[in-house]
Design a protein around this ligand. Structure first.
Ligand SMILES: *[C@@H]1O[C@H](CO)[C@@H](O)[C@H](O)[C@H]1NC(C)=O
Ligand SMILES: *[C@@H]1O[C@H](CO)[C@@H](O)[C@H](O)[C@H]1NC(C)=O
Ligand SMILES: *[C@@H]1O[C@H](CO)[C@@H](O)[C@H](O)[C@H]1NC(C)=O
Length: 218
């Protein structure tokens, strides 16, 4: 009996350290807009593969494939990127016992200006009160110049040109939604919004990929 219990204790202790090691291994993420780690995989959701160097997976996912949000690279066939779609987070990565393998995902990486922060590849749903054609560079200052504006999204849909979508009701880093690779909208929010601009946010419970209908060429 005692023997069984101590065996079990040992078993669970070893299991704990294996799991702990595994968890920390997949937590060593590097990069900003493209977060990646080694010896890991995001299983499923494949939308394509390409025989190419592992350092190209992130760029192709980000700027060529419209639906790509994450990827896995393995050394099969001399190096293959496996592109994947759909919402993903770092905790979904699993360890992959395959030397040279890499897994990665696109992330929102904020650039902080004095009055506002912005990022590529993101959007804020709802809250629109004005849209205006503009270059991406001018959209932030157009929002700053409008007291009603608390946040903005800039899109460059083919055939429409660049459009600055000014929004009110407030937004935070956490309310930004990643937009897949080639759809690359830019989103931003004001650090100190005018308190008078606080009209209620129009929220939607629809999944992000249903509300995000823009196909951008940014
Ligand atoms: C890899 O991509 C090619 C097309 O480029 C496709 O024909 C093939 O089925 C894919 N392989 C797998 C395992 O999905
Ligand atoms: C964009 O703004 C114009 C007015 O400037 C408005 O008529 C149009 O409905 C707006 N588009 C959307 C999709 O909100
Ligand atoms: C907010 O609105 C009130 C009344 O409309 C106005 O007096 C006040 O100056 C506004 N505050 C700001 C910061 O614009």
């Amino acid at each position: 009996m005692e023997y069984t219990i101590s065996s079990l204790t040992l078993y669970f202790t070893v299991l704990f350290y294996i799991l702990f090691d595994v968890a920390t291994a997949v937590n060593r993420w590097q990069g900003k807009e493209v977060r990646w780690s080694t010896n890991c995989d995001f299983p499923g959701n494949n939308i394509g593969n390409q025989t190419i160097g592992g350092d190209q997976c992130g760029t192709i996912c980000q700027s060529i494939l419209a639906e790509c949000t994450h990827f896995t690279f393995t050394l099969s066939q001399g190096g293959t990127c496996w592109f994947k779609s759909g919402p993903v987070s770092s905790v979904q990565a699993i360890p992959l016992d395959s030397p040279g393998s890499v897994c990665g995902f696109l992330d929102i990486s904020w650039i902080n200006e004095i009055d506002f922060s912005w990022s590529h590849h993101c959007t804020f749903p709802g809250g629109d009160f004005k849209n205006q054609s503009s270059t991406g560079r001018l959209c932030g200052s157009m929002c700053m110049d409008n007291p009603q504006c608390t946040h903005f999204v800039w899109t460059n849909v083919e055939g429409q040109g660049g459009i600055c979508w000014m929004k009110s009701g407030g937004a935070t880093r956490e309310s930004a939604i990643l937009t897949p690779g080639a759809r690359g909208a830019v989103c931003g929010f004001r650090h100190n919004p005018n308190p008078n601009a606080s009209v209620p946010i129009v929220t939607t419970s629809a999944p992000w990929f249903n509300t995000d209908t823009c196909e951008c060429v940014c």
